[in-house]
Design a protein around this ligand. Structure first.
Ligand SMILES: Cc1ncc(C[n+]2csc(CCOP(=O)(O)OP(=O)(O)O)c2C)c(N)n1
Length: 337
């Protein structure tokens, strides 16, 4: 990037970013969007088996959250809508695309697929298809942090639909009893599969931890800066040993629940309004321009990301499928042929 200035971007105090730092976060947001757009295309071409749940629209959450975590120390676990959090954590787009398309070069050697991306080297523990499972599994990560006394915080994402699950409340209970260092993040993208929030959830999601004594906040999940501020103070709270915290990120998914959902349960106008007025990428881009970054530099960054995604898709398509003998490896119980 040419002529990046060490200019603060107008965020509060310690979280203020230089234009260069903000551009790096914007780059990740663009990467997540372009990556999932390409995944959608490959799905349409029949190259991705099973389901594929795109993250498009929710980019400010994953990038904002990861930007304030301590890299190599804090851990992340999420659902099947996991490319956002994975790429925000620095996951390799090639490995991710190869996994989506079931190739041997994928992060789980092509055996996990779209819902089960995993990258331990990035402290990223999945990628889970069972709704709500990220909460109790996240407790395990948090327990390990506490047991090892390593100062880390576990971040467990879930959807608004998942927040209605019994295992989530059981997790809240244990997290408080054991004072575990865990930040629960409910990504409220307004719809659980095809059901709008007001039809599936009673009460405010950010208050779901209240009976257990877990403090919660509702956050504008379409705004990178607000996400960063909320996560930063929530993580401080958790890291200081006071136990769990809950953030409800109000966000919006632009696509259907999965690639097979035409999303007829909402109006085109609602979706368009969101894209026009609240798009997380636009807000950051406008801030970059206001900070003095040249539009040509922004375009160059966007072109570079497009190239990375094209190369990831090419890599995936050129990679072999796993050998048949691999069916018997990585199983829980050894299998005799
Ligand atoms: C235990 C369980 N029940 C049902 C399903 C089927 N299912 C998959 S996604 C989904 C909706 C989840 O919605 P939400 O938690 O809001 O997450 P989002 O997809 O909006 O990110 C359901 C019911 C499942 N995977 N696991």
């Amino acid at each position: 990037m040419a002529a990046a200035k060490k200019k603060k971007s107008g965020q509060s105090n310690s979280l203020a970013l230089t234009t260069e730092e903000l551009a790096a976060l914007y780059r990740k947001m663009v990467l997540i969007r372009r990556f999932d757009e390409k995944a959608g295309q490959l799905y349409g071409m029949g190259m991705i088996g099973g389901f594929c749940h795109l993250y498009i629209g929710q980019e400010a959450v994953a990038v904002g959250v990861h930007s304030v975590l301590e890299k190599g120390k804090d851990t992340i676990i999420t659902t099947y809508r996991e490319r956002g959090p994975l790429l925000a954590a620095g996951g390799d787009p090639k490995e991710a695309m190869a996994e989506l398309t079931g190739r041997a070069t994928g992060s789980s050697a092509g055996k996990g697929g779209s819902m089960h991306l995993f990258d331990q080297s990035r402290n990223f523990y999945g990628g889970h298809g069972i709704v709500g499972a990220s909460a109790p599994l996240g407790l395990g990560l948090a327990f390990a942090h506490k047991y090892r006394d390593d100062g880390g915080v576990a971040v467990a994402y879930m959807g608004d639909g998942a927040a209605n699950q019994g295992q989530v409340f059981e997790s809240f209970n244990m997290a408080v009893l054991w004072k575990l260092p865990i930040l629960f993040i409910i990504e409220n993208n307004q719809y659980s599969m095809g059901t709008a929030l007001n039809r599936h959830a009673s009460g405010d999601l950010y208050r779901r931890g209240e009976p257990f004594g877990i403090p919660g906040e509702q956050v504008d999940g379409m705004d990178l800066f607000t996400v960063r501020e909320a996560v930063s103070s929530a993580v401080d709270y958790v890291r200081s040993g006071q136990g769990p915290y809950l953030l409800e990120m109000k966000t919006y998914r632009y696509r259907g629940h999965s690639m097979s959902d035409p999303a007829k349960y909402r109006t085109k106008e609602e979706l368009q309004k969101m894209k026009d007025e609240r798009d997380a990428l636009n807000t950051v881009k406008e801030r970059l321009i206001a900070d003095g970054m040249a539009e040509d530099d922004i375009k160059a960054l966007e072109r570079e990301v497009k190239q990375i995604v094209a190369e990831a898709a090419e890599f995936a398509q050129q990679s072999p499928e796993p050998a048949p003998a691999e069916l018997w490896t990585d199983t829980l119980i050894p299998v005799e042929e």
